[in-house]
Design a binder for this molecule. Structure first.
Ligand code: NAP
Length: 334
């Protein structure tokens, strides 16, 4: 008899999530049936979408999330014991699955066995070699489409998506400016990842700093945050500038009144702005992962994870990401 630990969504979040909004329970799992496998969480992801999508979730269900799990029992030939699987198995320590997306789940992507990452850690399947990596890869190459020589600004630049988006723009040959909320993050972007400039939006005047590092204006903007930061960046964009709207984390936990005034800038500068969701490329999912894997092996892409120990600490990691305490991709080691 296997007991699963599960975080149940207990209360809708009001502002930043509170620990009491989730409840940790134990569930006894039944024996697996023909066609099913039992997987044990090894690494779990925390992501801002969990906060954004929480308003659409019913209460009383396991809280949403993806994980890398090891298959410990199987009656499904496609999911053999010992292999690692990526699944939207939520905040659970153990999951029974029939090889398809969990029934009634918000996310319909089927679980998949991880491709061979060589010597790289399997946790990367939650970051650079998974959803955030693909968001950066497709967001830059398919939506933003910067050209060699363009000046590109990335907000949320030291986060899971932003740091990879910036590195891919460097591979393309752009001048890349990263916006993030601490000196430590900025040093990492410039010294380790090869970003050209870094601006700390918490301590510097963003408008003036942008004028200094991009006197010729901004051609492309990869927007992870929305709000004040985006308002300032978009107002300094060149005519026919392009904007990929990846996310708007500044509005997830607080009201954001800065949306409408941007319409004027959009018109005057004839900007092209496009929102996108990474699930548009589900049919090319492995293309993104394998391209990023190749770039890692060639030394062109680097990665960093912020690892929190212990399934019980899921909430701490979740809140820490939204409060700006994490660098690169946050994951929880079960
Ligand atoms: N479109 C898609 O398919 C898709 C897929 C994945 C993610 N996303 C979106 O992409 C964005 C980044 O996701 P991620 O996983 O890479 O998260 P992340 O950047 O690792 O974490 C969020 C970061 O945002 C920054 N932040 C928080 N509040 C802010 C504010 N008010 N103003 C400016 N920055 C703020 C914090 O860093 P600082 O220290 O820099 O403040 C924080 O660490 C999110 O908006 C997410 O929803 C979209």
């Amino acid at each position: 008899m296997v007991k699963a630990k599960v975080f149940i969504f207990e209360h809708y979040f009001d502002g930043y999530p509170k620990e009491t909004d989730l409840r940790l329970v134990e569930e006894e799992l039944p024996p697996i049936k023909e066609g099913e496998f039992l997987a044990e969480a090894v690494f779990l992801s925390v992501d801002p979408y969990m906060r954004a999508y929480s308003v659409r979730l019913p209460l009383g269900i396991p809280f949403i999330g993806a994980q890398v799990a090891r298959i410990i029992e199987s009656k499904n030939v496609d999911f053999p014991v010992g292999r690692y699987v990526l699944g939207n198995f939520d905040w659970r320590s153990h999951t029974i699955c029939d090889g398809k997306a969990l029934k009634g789940h918000m996310f319909t992507q089927d679980p998949y066995i991880l491709p061979d990452f060589g010597d790289l850690p399997v946790s990367l399947a939650l970051g650079i070699l998974g959803m955030p990596g693909n968001t950066a890869y497709f967001g830059v190459t398919e939506v933003l489409q910067p050209k060699k020589g363009d000046t590109v600004v990335i907000s949320g630049a030291a986060g899971a998506v932003g740091n990879i988006a910036g590195q891919i723009c460097k591979i393309i040959g752009c001048t890349v400016i990263g916006i993030a909320g601490s000196e430590e993050k900025g040093r990492w972007l410039v010294d380790e990842l090869g970003f050209d400039y870094f601006i700390n939006y918490k301590t510097q005047n963003l408008e003036e700093a942008l004028k200094k590092v991009a006197p010729q204006g901004i051609d492309c903007y990869f927007d992870n945050v929305g709000g004040d930061v985006s308002f300032t960046i978009m107002n300094q964009m060149n005519r026919f500038g392009k904007i990929a709207v990846c996310g708007a984390i500044s509005g997830y936990n607080e009201q954001n009144p800065k949306i409408l005034p941007l319409q004027y800038t959009m018109v005057f500068n004839e900007l092209k702005l496009q929102g996108f969701h990474v699930h548009r490329w589900l049919n090319r999912w492995m293309d993104g992962i394998l391209q990023n894997l190749e770039w890692i092996k060639e030394g062109k892409l680097k990665y960093h994870e912020t690892v929190t120990d212990g399934f019980e600490n899921m909430f701490k990691a979740f809140l820490g990401q939204m409060k700006g305490e994490t660098v690169g991709k946050p994951v929880v080691k079960a």
